[in-house]
Design a protein around this ligand. Structure first.
Ligand code: SF4
Length: 212
């Protein structure tokens, strides 16, 4: 199957079967989502959703978090992975937002990446979810599912995957496609044992075709 054709089939399938695809992180403001995405690195959304309500109730703005300290923030987030580093990054991120960005979460990926603890994936999530920009965030699910389906070929890094995906996915669908691939990887195309028997994409999947 030609790559363009494969993209067409897969995009059609997701459009029909997963018309609504959104982040599973709970948030109310751009700042709240940035905090949640930073906390979600190597941690489940479920666990992050358990700590953000109290954290963001007590520190709802960049100013309030900037005036706090990593030691105080640590107490709120100690049940997520890497709480020491994340507490330090959250306070540093809030301080830079106040100092350099008028306390507004920027919409450009390169500006977002200047914030402490914000890598390309987090920056892309914020740009696409908050500002609806055609930024493809590649996490472990997107990386794996894209390669299995055959949307990417021999990708060696998240950046390579991102570049291959944005070449073929129409701009207006990129924010949604990110969630399609994450949710499919989280619930169907599992890392250790993909549930091909319940997957609707077998007819277009390179991995499945190879298994036959
Ligand atoms: S057919 Fe199997 S390997 Fe392919 S996307 Fe579906 S679950 Fe993943």
């Amino acid at each position: 199957m030609r790559v363009k054709e494969r993209y067409g089939h897969i995009i059609n399938w997701f459009s029909e079967h997963m018309p609504v695809a959104e982040t599973e992180l709970h948030y109310e403001t751009p700042f709240g989502l940035l905090v949640a995405v930073m906390l979600s690195a190597q941690c489940t959304d479920k666990r992050v959703n358990m700590v953000t309500p109290q954290l963001l109730q007590d520190f709802p703005t960049p100013e309030s978090m900037a005036a706090s300290s990593p030691e105080v923030i640590f107490e709120y987030i100690k049940t997520v992975s890497y709480p020491n580093n994340k507490a330090r990054h959250l306070v540093g991120m809030a301080q830079m937002l106040v100092k350099d960005f008028d306390s507004i979460v920027p919409d450009k990926v390169d500006e977002l990446q200047k914030l402490p603890g914000v890598g390309r994936k987090t920056a892309n999530v914020i740009a696409s979810v908050v500002y609806d920009k055609p930024a493809m965030a590649v996490d472990t699910h997107v990386f794996r599912v894209s390669e299995r389906l055959g949307l990417t070929t021999a990708s060696k890094s998240p950046l390579q995957t991102e570049r291959q995906l944005v070449k073929y996915i129409p701009e207006e669908l990129i924010p949604k496609a990110h969630h399609w691939l994450i949710l499919h990887g989280r619930y169907v195309c599992l890392a250790r044992k993909p549930k091909c028997e319940i997957c609707g994409l077998t007819a277009f999947c390179r991995y499945f075709a190879k298994k036959l």
